[in-house]
Ligand binder design. Structure first.
Ligand SMILES: Nc1ncnc2c1ncn2[C@@H]1O[C@H](COP(=O)(O)OP(=O)(O)OP(=O)(O)O)[C@@H](O)[C@H]1O
Ligand SMILES: [Mg+2]
Length: 382
């Protein structure tokens, strides 16, 4: 069971118009779905047929709309009712602009009270206890913290999961990420910007070393179209997906986190997990909805993407000194050939061609396939 937590969920509304003109009235096409990074992770896991539950505080009219959409989509969820009103995010997509120019309006969301936070922790404790009794569990903590919580809130939840022997993946940024490291999460998944921003460093290798030094057991950094790097106790790897031009990268990181959670739950070797994360996240870029991937493209990418061993980031925790070598180009031929079963370069270019020739229509068909492949599951978790 993979339990995801989204402390500041949203009703994600997308308005599609030919062109956004300030000071004018528009008649948009409208879509609305439950949003927030942990919700995206749970939606992806559910579509893959994995047992999951999205834990989220909800309040107000939009909170009800989020709950209703999760029920319609049959994404298992556990709601903690709160007094504040769940926020909206509004994205205006302009179809006449190249690559569907998007303008966002992201509300801050409600403040959580001390009592509501205690209720969230108690509910999560019960869920994790049950999940652990049923088999291996993984906790996923995603997104920024809502107002009213201390930076150490995620550290508290990681410690709670630890008390049940459950490993945690932490996908957040800034002070909440740094404070979470002290509780030793199994994996942190910053993107390239979050990695540098949290540490205040300008070199990504040094920033990875800093996160390991501060307590992360593994750091998986995502680099947009350039893929992912994993720095773990077992070694370091890079996985590059086929490059997709003009897709929707919002939520691609959440798809990567879903794949990492599956790998952690199943005890899959890191190179395989990382390649899967690259394939699934790239297949998510092909659809216009966060938390939804192109199932057919995912199958193709999964067969093509491999991980390559890269130079390691060494952290000497005893002496607090570290030797950092992150330049992928410095990895030796021996390392590369042992971890890569087939020629990544050849495969990648083949798949890229494929992607470029299957654009908008492939996306629509793939989305439908994902929906059709979804197994029915109980809509409300215990
Ligand atoms: N244009 C692209 N082509 C192929 N794959 C992509 C592209 N953009 C992103 N990806 C895949 O998605 C992964 C995650 O992307 P990114 O680093 O942008 O995550 P993120 O900023 O955390 O995303 P979010 O927080 O919106 O979910 C990348 O590591 C890569 O595998
Ligand atoms: Mg992200």
């Amino acid at each position: 069971m993979i339990v995801t937590v989204t402390l500041n969920p949203a009703l994600d509304i997308t308005y599609t118009v030919p062109e956004l003109k300030t000071g004018r009235t528009h008649r948009p096409q409208v879509t609305a779905q439950a949003g927030g990074k942990g919700v995206n992770v749970a939606r992806t896991l559910h579509a893959l047929g994995r047992e999951t539950v999205a834990v989220l505080p909800l309040g107000g009219f939009d909170g009800e709309a989020v709950r209703a959409e999760l029920e319609t989509a049959r994404v298992p969820h556990h709601v903690i009712p709160i007094s504040g009103a769940t926020r909206r995010t509004v994205t205006v997509v302009e179809t006449a602009a190249p690559d569907g120019l998007a303008t966002g309006f992201n509300e801050a969301g409600p403040e959580l009270t001390t009592e509501e936070w205690a209720e969230i922790c108690a509910s999560l404790g019960t869920l994790l206890e049950t999940a652990t009794l049923d088999g291996s569990a993984v906790l996923v903590l995603s997104g920024k913290l809502p107002r009213g919580l201390a930076d150490t809130a995620y550290a508290d939840l990681i410690a709670l999961a630890d008390s049940f022997g459950t490993p945690t993946i932490l996908d957040t940024e800034g002070p909440a990420l740094l404070a979470g490291l002290a509780a030793r999460p199994a994996v942190v998944k910053p993107n390239a910007h979050e990695l540098l921003d949290a540490t205040g460093l300008s070199d990504s290798g040094q920033a990875v070393a800093e996160l390991l030094q501060r307590g992360a057991r593994a750091v998986v950094a995502s680099h947009g179209p350039d893929g992912l790097t994993a720095h773990t106790a077992d070694g370091s790897w890079t996985a590059r997906p086929p490059r997709i031009e003009g897709g929707n990268p919002t939520g691609a990181g959440d798809a990567a986190v879903a794949a990492l959670a599956i790998g952690l739950a199943d005890g899959t070797p890191w190179p395989v997990t990382l390649a899967d994360a690259a394939a699934l996240s790239a297949a998510t870029v092909l659809t216009d909805r966060a938390g939804v991937f192109d199932a057919e493209a995912y199958r193709r990418f999964k067969a093509a993407v491999t991980s390559t061993a890269t130079s390691t980031v060494t952290v000497d925790t005893a002496t607090a000194t570290r030797a950092v070598t992150t330049d992928v180009a410095t990895s030796t031929a021996t390392e590369t050939s042992t971890a890569t079963e087939t020629s990544t370069a050849t495969e990648t270019s083949a798949v890229t061609t494929d992607v470029e020739t299957n654009t908008a229509s492939e996306t629509a068909a793939g989305t439908a396939t994902t929906g059709a492949a979804t197994d029915p599951a109980p809509s409300e978790a215990p």
